[in-house]
Design a protein around this ligand. Structure first.
Ligand code: FE
Length: 333
């Protein structure tokens, strides 16, 4: 936000998200058969998947667990030196957990928590995906054949996390991870920050922090997979409905991010978005766009209204304490 501050360019992009699911086989069916991702590796209680356009071996890790939610958010650093710098900066905040040898396909990683408690890792080394013969593309610059299966999502795009305290988590992402703040929702004449959208790359946002209406910690609002065209989002809606998947909202267009969205629940309970449209941000001195209550409205630019569940439901699900019912809320995207 501050033009006088030298930007930190140490984080390249969102690399992988680990989702927890109490329905591992049905979740795998959703991501493999319906979203069209490939399963590339199994290890313990986990399956590793990828979109056909992801350059990395795996961008989604599904792990069996008692409850749904997000287990780890992995960020790739731009270099080994950048990894060391960010690890030192994170350690200085007291939020560090420590070094690990790295997950499947990844090199050494520094594990930490964001201020709200979401577990994250930063790594640099990553094995490049080498498609097996049946999945090799005839396009030299495409890492894997386009199979056209299901919604055929291209790549991991972003995720939205709930936080009890948005400003603290937004500041950590800006100041310690070096992310650029892209948009915000502020109520009460700007005094109450209830949502912030940030990115380390030109993609509009790779993480959103939105206030947890139930006052929880470490919860996931949604994971978002990219498709190239709005018509791909419409096809995803048909594919999901043909297979009995609950569509919570969309297809429709948000005002914030201009995203064209479709939200469904995968069988494990996590909310998953199929996403297109939006816009890229190139300005190194981008001025964050701030929306107030009136400008923000419901967050829908056009299309059907967002249901109450969009505000209330996240994973893992928790009861809302009665004393928090007056907390202002906004739909995260
Ligand atoms: Fe989203």
């Amino acid at each position: 936000m501050n033009d006088d501050r030298e930007p930190i360019r140490d984080v390249a992009h969102l690399g992988r998200v680990e989702l927890l699911t109490p329905e591992p086989e049905r979740s795998l069916w959703y991501f493999h058969d319906l979203l069209g991702m490939e399963a590339v590796h199994r290890e313990g209680a986990s399956v590793y998947l990828r979109g056909y356009g992801d350059y990395a071996a795996s961008t989604l890790k599904l792990t069996e667990a008692a409850k749904p939610g997000v287990a780890c958010v992995h960020w790739r650093a731009v270099s080994p030196q950048a990894l060391e710098r960010r690890a030192a900066a994170i350690a200085a905040t007291g939020l560090g957990i420590g070094w690990s040898n790295g997950d499947f396909g990844l090199g050494p990683a520094y594990r930490f928590r964001d201020p709200d408690g979401h577990v994250m890792e930063i790594y640099y080394e990553e094995s490049r995906y080498e498609a097996p013969a049946p999945l090799r593309s005839t396009l030299k610059n495409l890492p894997q054949k386009f199979t056209g299966r299901g919604a055929a999502v291209r790549r991991l795009d972003h995720l939205a996390l709930l936080a009890a305290d948005v400003p603290t988590n937004r500041a950590f992402a800006e100041e310690t991870l070096g992310f650029q703040l892209r948009e915000q929702v502020r109520y009460d004449n700007g005094a109450v920050e209830i949502g912030s959208w940030l990115s380390p790359t030109t993609v509009h946002h790779q993480v959103a922090y939105v206030v947890d209406a139930r006052g929880g910690h470490g919860r996931l609002h949604h994971l978002s997979m990219w498709v190239d065209d709005k018509s791909d989002v419409l096809r995803a809606a048909d594919v999901l409905r043909e297979n009995g998947i609950f569509i919570e909202a969309g297809p429709a267009k948000h005002n914030n991010s201009q995203g064209f969205y479709l939200y469904s629940y995968e069988p494990g309970g996590n909310r998953v978005e199929v996403y297109s449209g939006s816009f890229l941000v190139f300005a190194p001195n981008w001025q964050p766009v701030v929306w107030n209550e009136a400008e923000r409205g419901t967050g829908v630019y056009w299309g059907g209204a967002l249901p109450e569940s969009f505000i209330e439901y996240a994973t893992p699900d928790i009861e809302r304490p009665a004393e928090r019912r007056a907390v202002p809320v906004v739909d995260p995207r």
